[in-house]
Ligand binder design. Sequence first.
Ligand SMILES: Nc1nc2c(ncn2[C@@H]2O[C@H](COP(=O)(O)OP(=O)(O)OP(=O)(O)O)[C@@H](O)[C@H]2O)c(=O)[nH]1
Ligand SMILES: [Mg+2]
Length: 363
Amino acid sequence: MKLKKFTAPTMSQAIAKVKKELGNDAVIFHTKKVTTGRFFNLIKREHIEVIAASDPDPVLKEPRLSAEKIHRKSADSHVIAVPSAPLKRRRIDKYFSGPDAFRKIETRLSEQGLKPEHVDLILKGLVKKWYKHDESLSEPEMNQILKASFVRLLHPERFGKPETNQRLIMLLGPTGVGKTTTIAKLAGRDVLGGGKQIALVSTDTFRVAAISQLKTYADLLSVPVDVAYSAGELKPLLVKYSGCDRIYIDTAGRNFQHEAYVRDLASMIRDNDQIRPYLTLAATAKYADLNRLIRSFDGLPVDQLILTKMDETTTYGAIVSTLIDFPEKQIVCVTNGQEVPDDLQAPDVTELINLMLGDTHDK
Ligand SMILES: Nc1nc2c(ncn2[C@@H]2O[C@H](COP(=O)(O)OP(=O)(O)OP(=O)(O)O)[C@@H](O)[C@H]2O)c(=O)[nH]1
Ligand SMILES: [Mg+2]
């Protein structure tokens, strides 16, 4: 089934045509007013153009628009019937006779692991824009629109450097995600680049090697390191290093499905309300796990994210979908390798989108 264009002098006549040809279950994708001129443009006429598709598939039935609704909306705008119908993934061939660029985009986004709802949302927006531009957008123009749509969805203002006045920074995250290494990178940047006084505190007494790992980095940077063996020991250590510009607190990576573990972390954060927790997420993780992980901290002030292991994946859809789903989370830094302190980057929304779209030329 293909989309079809109908024109008529009025909206009700256009809808009547749609109903007659495609039946009552037709889905309206787009409508606009078109002005045509006759006799050297001396006589101008307005027509209504409606793009519609018949609906043999139940998923497309839900947003069917009645003629009255369309009339009500058309009073204020040209483009009225935004297809709230899900333009289902892999259905694009079935319902849409537009250019190949749409299929390429759909395939790329799906292969990148972007959540199906987000693929639909992006495609719907593109189809709408394509009709708005009289079906004449070139592939590069469509790619520009695609990027701009992602930038808007991702809220670029939250990709930034952490506030410089954060004094107590605690890294949380699942096992092996790169918490300790990232602390070493951040501390290295502060000491070597910013001449700051830093202290490192470990609360990770779970793994025997954890303390020696942090100590190695502390020795390299010539900064003090200490261990809090219980939640109660943390506060005195924070007082001990109160003269420092910044204290990084390392935590043990544990399975976040263990409620007791999340409860312990939560009470440590609540008892020391100056602590800014940074939740560390690996770009290699699956969407469902990232989502569950973030939700396990609901109710706590865990609003800052670190993305690690960007170099270990070629698919970025899970991260992009996660960031779209949690627009209030800030991204403070990104890591892309094991080198301390070099493999640490400022987050860049365009770079993330380009990686996902496979576009390495356009910044
Ligand atoms: N490729 C790559 N490896 C990384 C990155 N960040 C950390 N790693 C590596 O990941 C491994 C685990 O890093 P850690 O810093 O020990 O991770 P952790 O979260 O502290 O681990 P636990 O304390 O056991 O939970 C190490 O081999 C790091 O070198 C990164 O951005 N890219
Ligand atoms: Mg660690």
